[in-house]
Design a protein. Structure first.
Length: 159
């Protein structure tokens, strides 16, 4: 059971971190367009594709180890999918509730808190400094957001 929880956390953490970083990048980048429907549908489609992509990637990675049980492979696969989908649902919800500019801010704060929380959990499990890992995870989300915003703005201006 302890191994299943460890494997499950690996899948959930991978899916959640990837989901937050990707969602924040898409959300921030697409917000340049200023259209709530476009941002929502972009995140919706990205969330579904990302969850399947993460699950399949984790599945292949687990199978390629060669010494992994079928139960562990499928547990990690399913939990990776769930971790990614849950994050996208959480981060897409503000778009349905608030005007776009406020929704972006709310989702961004929630995403940063999720990344920092996951960083703290991983740091605790590994015996590392919580603050350092939390900041590292949040930095990935921030970089993805800023780069996406700049590049989408530049491409929008060029078209």
């Amino acid at each position: 059971m302890k191994q299943f929880i460890k494997d499950g956390f690996q899948g959930i953490a991978f899916g959640a971190v990837d989901g937050v970083v990707l969602a924040l990048g898409v959300l921030t980048g697409m917000s340049v367009l200023g259209d709530r429907t476009t941002v929502f549908l972009s995140l919706f489609a990205t969330g579904i594709a990302d969850a399947f992509g993460n699950a399949v990637g984790m599945h292949v990675e687990e199978e390629s180890e060669g010494n992994t049980s079928r139960q562990r492979v499928w547990a990690t696969t399913i939990l990776t999918f769930i971790g990614t989908i849950v994050v996208f649902v959480v981060l897409i919800t503000p778009i349905m509730l608030f005007p776009l500019s406020l929704a972006v801010r709310v989702s961004w704060v929630v995403g940063m808190l999720l990344l920092m929380g996951l960083g703290a959990i991983v740091a605790t499990l590994r015996g590392w400094k919580k603050r350092m890992i939390s900041v590292e995870y949040a930095t990935w989300g921030a970089v993805a957001s800023v780069v996406s915003y700049i590049l989408v703005g530049a491409v929008k201006g060029a078209i």
